[in-house]
Design a protein around this ligand. Structure first.
Ligand SMILES: [Fe+2]
Ligand SMILES: [Fe+2]
Length: 434
């Protein structure tokens, strides 16, 4: 942690002052703070830097500013290491009012941000063929209507999600306990689950990456057209998230089947868990790598749902609109991989490569928490839920589905030579995806 780092409070940390004894707690962990450490902790607001907090400590206790900044930094580093606070990287923006008075070394540091002599920019870049030339005439956000569930409504109960894609829905214990109406409701909730997964994927995992690329802040030296196309993708993804959310609202009002409480989707929890193990360097690229992985996986849902005539037209059409846009995104992220990989050194490649199978599994493994919530919502006991999940998702079958869904992604990583590294090859083999 440097004096310019910004410590960030964590919402799940509780602060208690019990008769002068100051404690902070998170989950099972608790820590008693000295008076000075408590003073430092209470000044963390997500905007004050370590330096600013140190200056306040100096003023409070009448000690030298340099010493106080060091002490505050030590306390905050300990708190961050113990998981009680987060840290934002120092801003690359200069402090206000200092633009005109740079030292020579600061100016040299700014010069070093240039990728090379200006005349070279663009010349050494691998080729890029844009799939977005006819975006105005093809993108669903430009050319497709909002899909309305009430139009073309069929009489009688309708199927909202294919049971073949949710093994738990056809488990005899579940079917026998809840009957056909219960199974139908559960399937409708699986549609909500799929749609809200889409909303989170677009807004939390893909748009942040394409937004950085479009702003030229991806850390990669990309062709200008790739930057422009990233704006198109951000627009597409925001539209996918919007119409997916809108579909949930429509189907809820059409069927009166309520969406389940919506905990963070499993892939985001798994991603956070994976990132917690990574060094700073690898963590910095994990978002981009996850976007490459998730955008190149072949989604069985996107390709199967539109053909399933048991489902309402609006659901099929919305998924078909999405699938068409994703064809362009798939091509883009494949190209992005070809620009990303050569920009890494050997160590970074190995760290990135061994991460890929974990990212694939994070994305493709079923969301057991959400499935369990749905089963509990239909009155099943914990023993029944455990039995249904275990028998519906045997390891070998989950692995087979992950292998099937990730074949294109694995092929692209093979093409760029990633698997030539034995550590990466081992990681792919261990995950049974190559
Ligand atoms: Fe999308
Ligand atoms: Fe996409």
């Amino acid at each position: 942690m440097t004096p310019d780092s910004v410590p960030v409070p964590r919402l799940d940390v509780r602060f208690r002052n019990i008769r002068g004894q100051v404690l902070i707690a998170r989950g099972e962990d608790a820590l008693e703070l000295t008076e000075a450490a408590a003073f430092v902790f209470r000044r963390i607001d997500g905007t004050r830097t370590v330096r600013r907090i140190g200056e306040q400590l100096a003023a409070e206790y009448g000690i030298g500013a340099d010493e106080a900044v060091t002490d505050a930094g030590d306390v905050l580093t300990d708190l961050a290491d113990a998981g009680f606070i987060g840290v934002e990287a120092p801003s690359s923006c200069p402090p206000p009012g200092t633009y005109r008075h740079r030292t020579l070394s600061e100016l040299v540091a700014i010069r070093e941000r240039l990728p090379g002599p200006l005349g070279d920019v663009g010349r050494r870049l691998p080729g890029y063929r844009s799939a977005f030339g006819k975006w105005d005439d093809r993108a669903s956000v430009r050319t497709k209507p909002s899909r309305r569930v009430a139009e073309g409504r069929a009489d009688g109960p309708q199927l909202y999600f294919p049971p073949e894609l949710v093994p738990a829905a056809t488990h005899p214990l579940f079917m026998g306990t809840v009957g056909p109406t219960g199974v139908n409701e559960f399937l409708t909730q699986q549609l909500y689950s799929y749609l809200s997964f889409t909303v989170d994927l677009e807004m939390s995992a893909v748009v942040p990456v394409t937004s950085d690329i479009s702003l030229g802040r991806s850390g990669l030296n990309l062709p200008a057209q790739m930057r422009r196309d990233a704006f198109n993708i951000s627009t597409d993804e925001a539209w996918h998230a919007q119409f997916s959310h809108d579909l949930i609202v429509q189907v809820e009002s059409e069927t009166s089947v309520r969406a389940l409480p919506n905990p963070e989707p499993a892939f985001l929890c798994r991603l956070a868990e994976i990132e917690a193990d990574l060094d700073g360097d690898t963590r910095a690229m994990s978002g981009l790598l996850f976007a490459v992985v998730s955008e190149t996986l072949i989604s069985a849902l996107l390709s199967d749902l539109p053909k399933d005539r048991r489902l309402p037209g609006a659901v099929r059409e919305a998924v078909a609109d999405h699938a068409e846009d994703e064809g362009r995104h798939h091509a883009y992220f494949k190209s992005l991989l070809h620009h990303f990989w050569p920009a890494l050194d050997g160590r970074q490649r190995r760290n990135a490569g061994v991460l890929v199978p974990r990212l694939i599994a994070a994305f493709l493994e079923p969301d057991y928490t959400h499935l369990a919530l749905g089963l509990f919502g239909h009155g099943l006991t914990a023993e029944q839920v455990a039995q249904i999940l275990e028998e519906s998702y045997p390891d070998a079958e989950v692995e087979r589905r992950i292998r099937q869904g990730s074949s294109a992604t694995v092929k692209y990583f093979t093409e760029i030579g990633a698997i030539d590294d034995h550590a990466i090859r081992d990681a792919f083999e261990e995950a049974s995806i190559s």
